[in-house]
Design a protein around this ligand. Structure first.
Ligand SMILES: CC(C)(COP(=O)(O)OP(=O)(O)OC[C@H]1O[C@@H](n2cnc3c(N)ncnc32)[C@H](O)[C@@H]1OP(=O)(O)O)[C@@H](O)C(=O)NCCC(=O)NCCS
Length: 158
């Protein structure tokens, strides 16, 4: 059973613990690097959790934090999903499905028309996760051709 917690900036130490673990364990999956964040002070972590209009989630299995994901406003009509990670011990148990589903559900209650994300084309587990959640392939990311952009319309979700 996956429990999801919505974070505020006061939870920055929990977010830091998971985010540094994610950047160390799966550097191929993220635009940021461990070097960008490992010496960051409290204010930088708090600011990350204060992005206006964003939603930051941590997933727990029992008492153990095992995953994270965020939805952040992108342009006028979209929410972008970023920072998706599930610890190796938590994988294959529906934690990723729960995180992505919860961000999409939350996004449907905002003014956004779609949820969007970028994922490396060779990250098969992540691409399958997003396809299961109803995301469709849009095309290469113009900023990084190794990534594909995927989208899910929210018009039927309200
Ligand atoms: C991609 C990632 C988030 C997936 O997380 P996850 O929690 O394992 O995802 P899920 O459990 O929802 O799904 C994983 C698999 O378990 C299966 N599964 C889901 N619920 C299950 C359950 N209750 N019992 C057994 N298997 C289950 C899914 O069908 C899926 O199978 P598949 O990969 O063969 O299609 C995780 O592998 C990860 O953090 N990778 C590194 C970081 C990364 O790539 N992030 C994405 C950046 S865009």
């Amino acid at each position: 059973m996956v429990d999801l917690r919505v974070l505020s900036d006061g939870d920055w130490e929990l977010w830091r613990e998971l985010r540094l673990a994610a950047l160390a364990e799966a550097p191929y999956a993220f635009g940021s690097t461990l070097a960008d964040w490992q010496d960051a002070g409290p204010d930088k972590w708090r600011d990350r959790l204060r992005i206006p209009g964003a939603r930051d989630l941590v997933a727990f299995l029992g008492d153990e934090p095992v995953g994270m994901a965020s939805g952040v406003p992108a342009g006028v009509d979209a929410i972008e999903i970023i920072s998706v990670w599930v610890s190796p011990a938590g994988r294959g148990k529906g934690v990723g499905d729960a995180l992505v589903g919860a961000i999409a559900h939350w996004a449907a209650g905002t003014d956004a028309q779609m949820v969007r994300l970028s994922v490396r084309a060779d990250n098969a587990a992540a691409v399958r996760l997003y396809e299961r959640a109803g995301f469709v392939h849009i095309g290469p990311n113009p900023d990084d051709p190794a990534e594909i952009v995927m989208e899910r319309s929210l018009s039927g979700a309200r």
